[in-house]
Write a protein that binds this ligand. Structure first.
Ligand SMILES: NC(=O)c1ccc[n+]([C@@H]2O[C@H](COP(=O)([O-])OP(=O)(O)OC[C@H]3O[C@@H](n4cnc5c(N)ncnc54)[C@H](O)[C@@H]3O)[C@@H](O)[C@H]2O)c1
Length: 437
């Protein structure tokens, strides 16, 4: 069993560290956020991720998992140091590597024994080489032996533990094949395909994967808009397309577009990498523009249905960027709420996990206790994030509570005919509207 240190205890780092501990390894998770580490030591999760708390508790109790803010302590005897710190967007779209740089500096000055540095953060192509240079420069002739391996992470928030434990593939990249093989050994018990390639290719696989998934969503949203103008049903179109084995059904749900902590920044960062190398990422530009437009379309639909937004009250169900997470980073819901507020509407919203973060970002947002509260005196109700608990609501009660009758189902989860029969003006995304006279 290996001794592993994981740097960063966010969605990726905490899941990675906990899952490796659960696989029997000795893991120390490190963060510079003192409060976060204190909470973790008290058994309080700093993020919402289904199944994670139980797994953390079990592995702490078993003595395989602990938490620290100290680099010397975390690195002591560690054979592997996984970097899982954030890589947000800079203003120009380039990935901001300041957290990676700080983490690597700290590793460099606390390095005593040989170590394999594994980069799990999503980082621009070439970052692995840059990490090696930093370690070498800060240690000079006395540098202990070390290797850098890229190991991009593909887990999804909301199902992160399961995704980590059952990955479709594990991608490893390094110029040191022996080091890559040692990292591969950590994953062998998962019995998933392990691909070993060079550093830059591994880094690129992550960006290309996220850009492709974002492209599929933007594609189906463009088709949805065309469907809407022609009276076709995008849900059936996607179903028919998805049966083709060359296409497959995943990531073909029309809606309010993609958001979150990864797709937006990663598509931007890839576009920036291409731009600065003289490549012309026209498809990626279009993918981002379609996604922005999708959010605006939702606002316009509400504006049109209500005859203007000034003075209107909109109830919004779902604030996180997708269900089963408390993450609101670049959430379509929050972007749409800001646009509604700019146009003079009042907005009240509810989310099972993301209320605090949403209020911190949008102080004018009124928080509600539940979906029925959210409908109270609302002129329109917008379903922005498809949490399971929103699928079967009591619409008779919602109708009694609402002032108006307009419903925009931004994720196509409700039955339009049923809602129409109840007296609502129902709108979805990319759906025919047989009730429009
Ligand atoms: N969130 C996802 O679903 C997901 C999926 C795949 C890949 N990724 C990538 O993984 C990386 C981490 O993402 P995340 O969502 O877990 O980030 P996050 O923002 O949730 O967590 C990052 C953590 O790193 C800590 N940190 C920052 N600088 C540090 C330092 N110098 N030393 C120690 N800790 C430090 C922060 O305090 C924070 O707790 C990003 O590059 C992201 O693109 C994320």
């Amino acid at each position: 069993m290996a001794k592993i240190c994981v740097i960063g205890t966010g969605y990726v780092g905490l899941v990675t560290g906990t899952c490796f501990a659960d696989m029997g390894h000795q893991v120390t998770c490190l963060d510079i956020d003192v409060k976060r580490i204190e909470l973790l030591r008290q058994g309080v999760m700093p993020i919402y991720e289904p199944g994670l708390k139980q797994l953390v508790d079990q592995n702490v109790a078993a003595g395989r998992l602990d938490f620290t803010t100290s680099y010397p302590e975390a690195l002591h005897d560690s054979e592997f140091a996984f970097i899982a710190v954030g890589t947000p967007s800079s203003d120009d779209g380039e990935a901001d590597l300041r957290y990676v740089k700080t983490a690597v500096d700290s590793i460099a000055v606390n390095l005593n024994d040989s170590i394999i540095i594994v980069n799990k953060s999503t980082v621009p192509v070439g970052t692995g080489d840059w990490v090696a240079e930093i370690i070498q420069d800060l240690n000079g002739h006395d540098t202990p032996s070390f290797s850098v391996v890229s190991n991009p992470e593909f887990l999804r928030e909301g199902s992160a533990v399961n995704d980590f434990m059952k990955p479709d593939r594990v991608v490893l990249g390094s110029s040191d094949l022996e080091a890559a093989r040692k990292v591969a050994e950590l994953y062998e018990t998962l019995r998933s395909p392990i691909m070993i390639t060079d550093l830059r290719t591994a880094e690129m696989i992550k960006y290309a994967s996220n850009a492709y998934l974002a492209t599929r969503i933007s594609f189906i949203n463009e088709i949805a808009n065309i469907c809407e103008s022609l009276g076709a049903d995008v849900r059936e179109v996607a179903r028919g397309m998805g049966m083709d084995k060359r296409i497959g059904p995943a990531f073909l749900d029309a809606g309010l577009g993609w958001g979150g902590s990864c797709f937006p920044k990663d598509v931007k960062a890839l576009t920036h990498m291409a731009d600065t190398r003289g490549a012309h990422p026209q498809l990626l530009q279009a993918v981002m523009a379609i996604n922005q437009n999708q959010r605006l379309q939702a606002v316009k639909k509400l504006e049109h249905a209500l005859g203007g937004l000034e003075g209107k009250t909109i109830g919004v169900l779902g604030l996180s960027f997708k269900p089963n997470t408390d993450d609101t980073r670049d959430a379509p819901a929050l972007d749409i709420i800001k646009k509604l507020l700019e146009r003079g509407a009042a907005v009240q919203g509810f989310d099972p996990q993301a209320m605090e973060a949403s209020k911190a970002e949008i102080p004018q947002l009124t928080l509600c206790q539940n979906p029925y509260d959210t409908a109270q005196e609302a002129d329109a109700l917008l379903l922005a994030t498809e949490w399971n608990e929103f699928t079967s609501l009591d619409f008779t009660k919602i109708k009694q509570n609402m002032r108006g009758r307009v419903i925009l189902d931004g994720r196509n989860i409700w039955d339009g005919q049923d809602l129409h029969d109840l007296g609502f003006t129902y709108m979805g995304i990319g759906l025919p509207n047989p009730w429009d006279d």
